[in-house]
Write a new protein. Structure first.
Length: 416
């Protein structure tokens, strides 16, 4: 069955009552906390991958470059690595960096073009060959993954809803055409009731939709780059990811269809042609066409249209295979009431970091426990709250604005 991500990324309007709690510290893990910056200009580095060397334990840095890495004591980890596009990967001692917050500086890496196979091929052919090598570069065995998921809804600068969860993922083999399975392990939600009294915007699909962004696993949905005739391709740049050269190939719509196509970049490792990263955005120049794909339900008389979309997926290599690492969707909308002076802007962000993975004791998630694409995370997650909330699990460190919003929402709900 072919299901298109275009029909899965949408929002609906609902009314929620929610409760939020503070994070609980854990004593049976080693905690590494820090901020990642460029060594030359000291700018903060977002979406850097932080991984415990030799394991699948990890997290990513937030938009301010901050992270918290929780390492179980029983794995006896000695080192962790920090990596990002066009920076040298840094290996760091666990014992020497536990405790106080650290600033980690990454050195930019300059590519020596003399060592690069300089663009003899058609960029479209490089993308084609990358997809032909999916079975070689990605796991053909099912995996169990642990992920941290967060979705937030912002009205202008104010957060009106935040939902967070630790999720279990049954990741099927990359030659299996079926969709991956996900279930909620632990979670929490918070809603700013004062703002929600006016209008509440919620995302449908949650982590189930995010998994569709795995462009290596699902080549026939989403950006559909295997439908070559739909796109123009061109070589844009070289970058390094984990100290390896990557082609950056830009793509753009080549024709008009009855559904929107995408603009973006795909990163392909030079030596083995593995897809390591993809960044893209939907062509929303035809607002009526784009709106039909996103909006499921809205009040009569309301105009609600997308103004911007951004999608990101990254992969990490381990033992010669590439595995899903991080996924993010950012949607921006404009609302207005016909014949009324009511205008507002909304930003919906949904992201998930893979924080652990195993290839033993792998089992399908029972159907009754699966989070399905038609579900709303904030409706489901309340049943999975307990006092030990995060356990040993890694999370994406909240940026300052989200952290303040959590405290504000928590205080408001406690007063009520």
């Amino acid at each position: 069955m072919k299901v298109c991500i275009r029909k899965r990324l949408f929002i609906i309007f609902i009314l929620l009552i929610a409760v939020s709690r503070n994070l609980i510290a854990q004593s049976d893990v080693i905690i590494i906390e820090g901020q990642i910056k460029d060594a030359q200009n000291k700018e903060r580095i977002a979406n850097a991958a932080i991984t415990v060397k030799g394991t699948a334990v990890g997290t990513v840095s937030n938009s301010e470059g901050e992270f918290i890495l929780k390492i179980p004591n029983d794995i006896n980890a000695k080192y962790f690595t920090v990596s990002h596009i066009s920076y040298l990967t840094k290996t760091i001692s666990v014992n020497e960096n536990a405790g106080a917050k650290k600033t980690i500086l990454l050195e930019p890496q300059v590519i020596q073009l003399g060592g690069v196979n300089v663009l003899k091929a058609d960029p479209k052919e490089v993308v084609l060959k990358a997809y032909e090598k999916i079975k070689k570069n990605y796991s053909l065995n099912p995996n169990m993954m642990k992920g941290f998921y967060r979705e937030s809804i912002r009205q202008r600068r104010d957060y009106i809803s935040i939902t967070e969860a630790v999720v279990d993922i049954y990741k099927l083999a990359y030659d299996d055409p079926r969709f991956d399975q996900v279930s909620i392990f632990k979670g929490r939600k918070g809603v700013n009731v004062k703002k929600a009294d006016t209008l509440n915007v919620m995302l449908q699909g949650g982590p189930a939709v995010l998994l569709y962004l795995d462009v290596a696993k699902n080549p026939e949905i989403g950006i559909e780059l295997i439908n070559w005739e739909n796109y123009h391709f061109r070589f844009l740049d070289f970058v390094t990811i984990d100290d390896k050269h990557n082609y950056v190939i830009e793509f753009a719509p080549a024709r008009k269809l009855d559904y929107p196509l995408y603009f973006g970049k795909i990163y392909i490792q030079q030596d083995n042609l593995a897809i390591t990263r993809a960044e893209f955005s939907m062509d929303i120049s035809d607002l009526e066409k784009a709106t039909r794909l996103f909006i499921v339900k809205k009040p009569q008389g309301m105009i609600f249209v997308p103004t911007g979309t951004n999608y990101l997926v990254t992969y990490k290599e381990q033992d010669g295979k590439y595995f899903l690492n991080y996924l993010k969707i950012e949607l921006k909308f404009k609302s207005d009431w016909k014949r009324k002076l009511f205008r507002n802007n909304y930003t919906v962000i949904s992201e998930m970091a893979i924080t652990d993975r195993r290839e033993v004791d792998v089992a399908k998630i029972p159907g009754a426990e699966r989070f399905k694409p038609n579900m709303i995370m904030s409706r489901e997650v309340g049943a999975f709250y307990d006092e030990d909330f995060w356990g040993k699990d890694n999370i994406i460190e909240p940026e300052e604005a989200i952290e303040k919003a959590i405290r504000r929402i928590t205080k408001k709900m406690e007063q009520q």
